[in-house]
Design a binder for this molecule. Structure first.
Ligand SMILES: Nc1ncnc2c1ncn2[C@@H]1O[C@H](COP(=O)(O)OP(=O)(O)OP(=O)(O)O)[C@@H](O)[C@H]1O
Ligand SMILES: [Mg+2]
Length: 360
């Protein structure tokens, strides 16, 4: 068997939908599972712009760009993919540069198994939901008696000597810590739909910076690197402020006592867009990066970092980034992270304010 036929055989045998995309983002090869998956014939797929045929709930241009420049593969997990009139299917996507064919990329999609999709994945989300609902209820129930306990400890402390005072102080301090944690759980459950306004994102970033500097980021240096020409965005200021604060808090905590530098970087990038299955979701040209020079996110955590209750810190709830990602997705935006020791970048991509509301 020659190498070429082996290659053809492998291509024909690949059991998952696979495509080759040329440097102009047109489909140049498809295999049979891809035809089935898209419910479209090879003839109508070949030569077509890949984004016309596939609706993928992730900014693929960026991914393709990265694969082409870094010449290394990239994985995107758990995204909705649909094509033709087919219902969207959650897939894990792998993108790789084609060796010997510069600019061409191989896209392999692995639909999450039907059983998995109908069973586990769904039950996980509903389990996550009911866990959050339960946590919220508990939070509420625990806060009242806790206030009583704290009050009683404070009363007791009035007649105590130094040694015993330490104990009541401990009760009070630990109770406060639990209340703070419960507040966060409640906040996660209470998230309302965004009340959007036309907002200058730099004002928000600056507010976040000022507020972080008097709190958990007091030991950090925060530098602003803004593109002043950025058009306004259309967001819920309070929620977006919360996003920036959570990210600044994480960066400050990761850097530890010795501190470090956080860079707030904004710029414009027209190439990024989301394509949702309902046709909604357009360009996400506003880029906001929060970059720190701390130790980075442990590699084994990176894939789950936005899931609730995933935390690498002893006292963390793991709700900070889950809240961030929920807010960004409620705003039809996108968040991604790129982390190596010494450089962690959280990038938020947002739409600009639509013209109608900007002129109001
Ligand atoms: N900039 C960063 N550098 C290094 N690790 C980070 C960074 N941001 C997040 N992490 C890691 O991701 C984990 C999850 O963050 P997340 O904000 O969701 O929860 P948390 O910070 O642990 O808890 P909480 O935000 O509720 O206080 C953190 O515990 C930390 O291990
Ligand atoms: Mg956090």
């Amino acid at each position: 068997m020659t190498v070429r036929t082996l290659g053809d055989t492998i291509w024909a045998s690949l059991p998952v939908p696979s495509f080759v995309v040329d440097p102009e983002d047109r489909i140049s090869e498809v295999n049979a599972p891809a035809e089935q998956f898209l419910n479209t014939s090879q003839r109508s797929l070949l030569g077509s712009p890949v984004f016309d045929k596939l609706a993928i709930d992730a900014p693929l241009e960026e991914a393709f760009g990265r694969v082409r420049t870094d010449l290394s593969p990239l994985f995107i997990n758990k995204v909705d993919v649909s094509g033709g009139n087919a219902a969207p299917v959650q897939c894990n996507i792998q993108i790789a540069p084609l060796i010997g064919m510069p600019g061409h990329v191989l896209v392999v999609m692995e639909p999450r198994q039907i059983a998995d999709r109908l069973g586990r994945a769904y039950s996980v989300t509903s389990a996550a939901k009911s866990a959050i609902g339960m946590a919220e209820m508990l939070a509420h129930e625990i806060k009242n008696p806790l206030a009583g306990i704290t009050g009683a400890a404070q009363l007791l402390s009035m007649n105590l000597s130094n040694g015993d005072l330490e104990l009541t102080d401990l009760i009070v301090a630990e109770s406060r810590r639990i209340v703070a944690l419960l507040d966060q759980v409640e906040q996660f459950g209470n998230l309302r739909p965004p009340a959007r306004r036309v907002v200058n994102i730099h004002d928000l970033l600056d507010r976040a910076r000022k507020s972080a500097m008097v709190g958990y980021a007091a030991h950090m240096k925060i530098v602003e690197d803004f593109d002043p020409s950025l058009p306004p965005t259309y967001v819920d200021s309070d929620q977006m402020l919360q996003v920036f604060l959570n990210l600044l808090k994480n960066a400050s905590e990761a850097s530890g006592k010795q501190g470090g530098t956080i860079r707030l970087h904004t710029f414009y990038d027209l190439s990024l867009r989301l394509r949702r299955r309902d046709g909604a979701g357009g360009a996400l040209p506003l880029q906001i990066e929060i970059i720190d020079d701390g130790p980075g996110i442990p590699e084994d955590m990176q894939a789950d970092i936005f899931e609730p209750f995933v935390s690498g810190r002893e006292n963390g709830t793991g709700l900070g980034l889950a809240l961030v990602s929920k807010i960004i997705s409620d705003h039809d935006g996108w968040i991604s992270v790129d982390s190596v020791p010494g450089r962690t970048v959280f990038r938020i991509s947002l739409p600009i304010a639509p013209k109608e509301v900007r002129d109001e």
